[in-house]
Design a protein around this ligand. Structure first.
Ligand code: ADP
Ligand code: MG
Length: 330
C-alpha cells in the first residue's frame, strides 16, 4: 500500500492518526488508524452524513464494485451502531466506540489486518475443502450467534464483508482457470497442509443492512402483536434464511473460485437467481466431495422454508469432517 498517500484529516477525529486506507464504499471510507491515547491499532469507518438520493448516489459509485447506493440517514447509522453494540462474538468484528461530527459519523472498529475474504479468493482462485470448511465454520458460528442468541439477521453476507484478522498464509491446490475468465491462468502458490497456523480468524463485518427480527427480552418476532399482516409474519419467520442463502453462495465460491449465479446481463442473472438455477460445473466441481455439494444444495434452495437453518447447517456431516492428512508437496 502506498504510504506516501496523504491521509485526510477529519474534524472530530483528532484522537486518531490515520495510517492507511483499507476500504471504501459509496458513503464510507475505512482507515487503519492508531488511537493516540492508547497506541491501540484500530479501524475507523468514516461515514459521510450528507444525503444523496439514489440517482446522485449512483454517479458516485464505481460500477465495478456493484455496491448498492445507500442513503446515510441518521436512523440507519444509529441502527448499525446499536446492533453492533449489543454484539460480542469471536466471529464478529467488534465496535469499539462511536462518535460523530457535523459532517461525519465515526465507527471505531476492531482492526482486521488481513482484509477481505474476497481478495483471498481472487488471489488463490479457490480454496481446498478443508480450508473452505475452516473459513465457513467460523462464519457459521458467528451467524449462529446472531440468529439464535441476538435475533439479528445480517442481510449482507458476502466475501467483501468477511474479514481476516491478519494476513493469511493460505495453502492452495493448483487452480484451474475460471469459466468466465478463461484467459486468466493465475498460479496459486502450493503450500502443503491446512491448519490454524497461518490462517487466523475470519469475522463478519458491515452491519449496515442488518435488522433485529426478534425481540430480545421476549424472544418473539418483532412487531407481531396480533394485528400484523401475514406477509410480515412470514417475512420475519424467513428473514434469517437470507443469510443462509448467502452462506451457500459464499461456500460455493470458496470451493470453486466463481459464484453460483453469474451472467454478464443483470436481467439474465436476476432470472437465474429467482429460479435458483446453478450447476456444479465440470471440470471445476469434479473433485469436490458429494457431501459438500449436498450441503450447498440445501442452502441454495429457492423455498426459504426448505432451506437449511444455521442449526441444520452446523449439523451437516461435511461440517464435522476432519481435515485429510497433509498432501505430499509436489
Ligand atoms: P460499506 O457499508 O461501505 O460496505 P463496510 O463496513 O463493509 O462498509 O466497510 C467497507 C470495507 O472496508 C470492507 O469491505 C473492508 O474491506 C474494509 N473494512 C471494514 N471494516 C474493517 C475492519 N474492521 N478492519 C479492516 N478493514 C475493514
Ligand atoms: Mg460492506
Amino acid at each position: 500500500r502506498e504510504a506516501k498517500n496523504k491521509m485526510p484529516q477529519y474534524k472530530g477525529l483528532e484522537r486518531f492518526k490515520l495510517l492507511d486506507k483499507m476500504g471504501d464504499g459509496a458513503f464510507s471510507n475505512v482507515y487503519k488508524a492508531v488511537d493516540l491515547t492508547t497506541s491501540q491499532k484500530v479501524a475507523v469507518k468514516v461515514v459521510r452524513k450528507f444525503e444523496l438520493n439514489s440517482t446522485q448516489a449512483r454517479k458516485h459509485l464505481n460500477p465495478q464494485f456493484k455496491k448498492r447506493p445507500r442513503v446515510t440517514e441518521r436512523a440507519n447509522i444509529l441502527k448499525e451502531v446499536q446492533i453492533m453494540r449489543g454484539i460480542s462474538h469471536p466471529s464478529v468484528v467488534k465496535l469499539i466506540s462511536f462518535s460523530e461530527s457535523e459532517e461525519h459519523y465515526f465507527l471505531v472498529l476492531e482492526l482486521m489486518e488481513g482484509g477481505e475474504l474476497f481478495h483471498q479468493i481472487v488471489k488463490l482462485t479457490y480454496f481446498s475443502e478443508n480450508l473452505a470448511r475452516h473459513v465457513i465454520l467460523q462464519v457459521a458460528h458467528g451467524i449462529h450467534y446472531l440468529h439464535e442468541e441476538r435475533g439479528v439477521v445480517h442481510r449482507d453476507i458476502k466475501p467483501e464483508n468477511l474479514l481476516f484478522d491478519r494476513i493469511p498464509i493460505i495453502p492452495s491446490k493448483q487452480p484451474i482457470s475460471r469459466p468466465y475468465d478463461e484467459e486468466k491462468e493465475d498460479e496459486g502458490e502450493f503450500l502443503p497442509g491446512v491448519g490454524g497456523g497461518g490462517i487466523g480468524r475470519v469475522k463478519i463485518a458491515d452491519f449496515g443492512l442488518s435488522k433485529v427480527v426478534w425481540n430480545e427480552e421476549t424472544m418473539t418476532p418483532c412487531g407481531t402483536v396480533g394485528y400484523t399482516a401475514p406477509e410480515i409474519v412470514k417475512d420475519e419467520r424467513y428473514s434469517k434464511s437470507v443469510d443462509m442463502w448467502a452462506m451457500g453462495c459464499v461456500l460455493y465460491t470458496l470451493l470453486c473460485g466463481f459464484p453460483p449465479f453469474y451472467d454478464e446481463s443483470i436481467n439474465v442473472l436476476t432470472e437465474k437467481v429467482a429460479r435458483g438455477y446453478y450447476t456444479f460445473l465440470s471440470p471445476w466441481w469434479d473433485d469436490i466431495s458429494a457431501s459438500a455439494k449436498d450441503l450447498i444444495t440445501h442452502l441454495l434452495c429457492v423455498d426459504p422454508a426448505q432451506r437449511y437453518t444455521i442449526d441444520e447447517f452446523l449439523a451437516h456431516p461435511w461440517c464435522s469432517e476432519s481435515p485429510a492428512p497433509l498432501p505430499e508437496p509436489t
